[in-house]
Design a protein. Structure first.
Length: 454
């Protein structure tokens, strides 16, 4: 990469700030990780930018913990800002926990079969010793037939469907999740999933197998003593790892940067990142636990089940390029890299190093006007119909192409009906929560907020 490529992009962070962000992106680290963090901190002149960048990537609380452990002081003015933002994020963590607890209560009352996903699960497993993991929403997986019951249940607890949304049947037909929006500020959005990815992305893992392998998270293990244990299920560790990995790659629409640390440095320079460093921390920590407790044979078998061998190769190459990686983790993952196919790369276009922040519409992340589909997903429809490099027999691929084409025809025919339904649908009357319910939620929020700061 040339010096011109590494120049500060317009509207983005400096290279020094980006290097600091990447150096601080670890949950467990050996002495060399803290030494790399000290060296990166010495080169930073604008700590205000670093604090804002950490917050945008969802890693500010983790970075502050690592800086404290490394005995790295933050300049006085920036330290005041960091402490102020930390208090805001701790309040946000309380909203995450309250929203999750409310949903688990609904799941218990209505006998919903649910599995906690992403941040909701990680905060109760990997990060229970130090809650730092911010969440944009609470993600849960449940069977599609239970969607109506889940909507009714959370609707009675302070969430609602926005009036400008399509009818629910359209989401059941063509999407893989539905957002429920909070009516009060103590709560976060809840994202109800009946699949882990858009069908256009071609994920092949069986939801029945995911549920069979999922495990109950005992309340004593979650750190949340008042949660109903029988409602708290999480994915098997390998399924969790591959869900997070394929989710990360999906934000690049299957076309990530080179499998090296430099890719994350470039991502860290983006002022409005499409891919966030907190996801890298999640994967790095899961990789550490797999190295301690996992089986390489099971990892490789699960990658084939998920259809994610190239994604795994990309992650492995990136992980092994981290110079401060724990020696034991490197030793476990090195043989994995030697058995995998060539990783995903940006073969179709150069990695976006000189212009890290295109508009969201240009990148494909903004939903098309009037629709909830993103342009980047629609671009992948040809590959969904006839996947490139698929190793199944020709007849099986042909049948798959017929089925997906028929699905697209149904979507096309149903879309005008869904648009008409949205146009004539009136905004439902606001269902106000009872004052006692609001007071109960406020008290729970205060209790959880105190628990983060104690």
């Amino acid at each position: 990469m040339t010096p011109e490529d590494r120049a500060t992009p317009e509207g983005g962070w400096s290279l020094e700030v980006a290097e600091l962000l990447v150096a601080s992106a670890f949950f467990h680290g050996e002495a060399k990780a803290f030494e790399a963090l000290r060296q990166a901190a010495e080169r930073v002149s604008d700590w205000t930018d670093a604090i804002e960048a950490w917050e945008r990537h969802g890693t500010l609380l983790l970075a502050l913990r690592n800086l404290k452990a490394a005995k790295i002081p933050i300049p006085a003015g920036a330290a005041d800002l960091a402490n102020e933002r930390a208090r805001v994020l701790q309040d946000d963590l309380a909203r995450d926990a309250l929203s999750c607890q409310e949903f688990l209560s609904v799941a218990r009352e209505r006998s919903l079969e649910t599995v906690l996903l992403k941040g909701a699960a990680l905060s109760r497993t990997l990060y229970r010793s130090f809650p730092w993991r911010s969440q944009g929403d609470v993600d849960v997986l449940l069977p599609k037939p239970q969607l109506g019951e889940a909507i009714a249940g959370v609707g009675a607890r302070g969430w609602e469907l926005h009036g400008d949304r399509f009818p629910v049947w359209w989401y059941r037909l063509s999407h893989f999740h539905l957002k429920m929006h909070p009516r009060i500020s103590f709560l976060k959005e809840i994202e109800l999933h009946w699949a882990l990815h858009s069908p256009v992305l071609g994920a092949e893992v069986s939801l029945a197998k995911l549920w069979e392998r999922s495990r109950v998270l005992e309340s004593a293990d979650s750190g949340f003593d008042d949660e109903p244990a029988e409602s708290s299920r999480i994915l098997d560790p390998l399924d969790s790892f591959f869900h997070h990995l394929t989710h990360l790659i999906s934000h690049w629409y299957g076309n990530p940067g080179p499998p090296c640390r430099e890719t994350w440095v470039q991502i860290a320079r983006e002022p409005l990142p499409e891919v966030r460093l907190k996801w890298w921390v999640d994967l790095r920590e899961e990789a550490r636990l797999l190295a301690a407790e996992g089986s390489r044979e099971e990892l490789l078998a699960r990658s084939r089940e998920w259809g994610a061998e190239k994604e795994l190769a990309w992650f492995t190459g990136t992980l092994l390029d981290v110079p401060d990686l724990d020696d034991s983790v490197r030793a476990w993952w090195q043989p994995v890299a030697e058995t995998l196919p060539q990783p995903l790369t940006r073969e179709a276009r150069e990695y976006r190093s000189t212009r890290p922040n295109p508009s969201s519409q240009e990148s494909g992340h903004a939903p098309l006007r009037g629709l909830d589909f993103r342009l980047g997903v629609l671009r992948r429809i040809p590959g969904w119909i006839w996947p490139v490099g698929n190793r199944r027999p020709f007849l099986a691929r042909f049948v798959h192409a017929l089925r997906t084409t028929a699905t697209l025809v149904v979507w096309t025919l149903a879309l005008p009906i869904a648009l008409t339904g949205r146009a004539i649908r009136r905004q439902p009357k606001e269902a106000r929560l009872a004052p006692d319910e609001v007071m109960r939620l406020a008290a729970s929020h205060r209790r959880l907020a105190r628990s983060w700061t104690d």
